[in-house]
Design a protein around this ligand. Sequence first.
Ligand code: C2O
Ligand code: CU
Ligand code: CU
Length: 438
Amino acid sequence: RSADGALRVQLEAVVGRVRIAGREATAYGYSGGVPGPTLRLRPGDRLQIRLVNRLDAPTNLHVHGLHVSPEGNGDNVFVTVAPGESFDYDYRLPEDHPTGVFWYHPHHHGTVADQLFGGLYGAIVVEDAEELPVARERVLVVSDISLDAAGRLRQPSAMERMMGREGELVLVNGQARPAFAARPGERERWRVVNACTSRYVRLRLDGQQLDLLGIDGGRFAEPRRVEEVVLAAGNRADLLVTTAAGTSRLRALRVDRGGMGGMMGGSVSGDVVPLATLDVAGAETGAPPPLPQQPRPRDLRGAEVTERRRLTFAMGMGMGGGMGGGRGPGGMTFTVDGREFDPDRVDQSVALGAVEEWTITNTSPMDHPMHLHVWPMQIVAERGRPVDDIRWQDVVNVPSGGEVAVRVAFDDFGGRTVYHCHILDHEDNGMMGVVEAG
Ligand code: C2O
Ligand code: CU
Ligand code: CU
């Protein structure tokens, strides 16, 4: 931290020898590590990041989920940092910024999936004004990667890019199956980031008590007792674990995110993947103190909606109408409202101060996790049925053949940014649009 209280960090995007899963790999990393350093902030903070590009390709940096102004150099998507150059980002979090776990990653269109898959990501924690009574906190960055026998990044096939690549190795904090230890009766706070390029994870920690505080930057009115948590690519979980004696495995269970009607061999995000172990042993601690009352989340369900829009996420066979006619991998096109991403086109013009309802439809045979930058979304209906609780997220899964309605309050920050599918192979192939508020 500098004298004026700003958090100043330098992130160096490097390609070279990086330690992954206990061995040397040729991959990417921020400042030599996978994941990059965890940045800890508080609402109201100023964050200054110098990004140094030591890759052999252009890159940039995006602070995923932070509610910060997209003006000037704030957004990321439209910035190009050439190899050998550096760029200074300067963010100011508002005083009422949501607390929780966020993350950072590159967002240079066309190579986002490659760079993230190769190891460029890290967590951002925005701390609560008053810390919750927990014995300890853990940040778990879940990611996946494929390395060949020599430890080099394995390039995905066209089919993998169409489906959204999933790595053969699933890592927690860059490690294969790390072991954590605790004593019985302790409460821990786990901040879990799904930093996989495409993979969805259904997390289980059998034998331990799980209470979900919220997803992404959205905190529930009350913590929820859960057996498992499903995170689409880009989602995060803010989780309390109350420990019981024994050894538990943190596992990612199979998630069916749709396939191509069996044509492609069915769905991906396969099997049961062991992620980590938690060893709970030793003397029982006293019961953890009661949790303070959670702040009441904002609820837009009663708000006056100033504008309604429909957005359609689709995969097409391309211009010729047959397989192979599109420009994308496998001859497919990836579109929002029938168009591929164009940085020079504004797809949604929003009035500052508006509360909008966006109904997002997915006509394709796969799920698409829809992500909107800057402004969080409140899920108000799924498949046409109203939801009966308050759920704020910045990545919302839109199931194959289904639809989700979200409300967004554009009450501050004018400027231009994007929404897109967070299966980053789809984003790189055009499934992204531009929104401008002003
Ligand atoms: Cu996590 Cu537009 O990105
Ligand atoms: Cu983002
Ligand atoms: Cu997608």
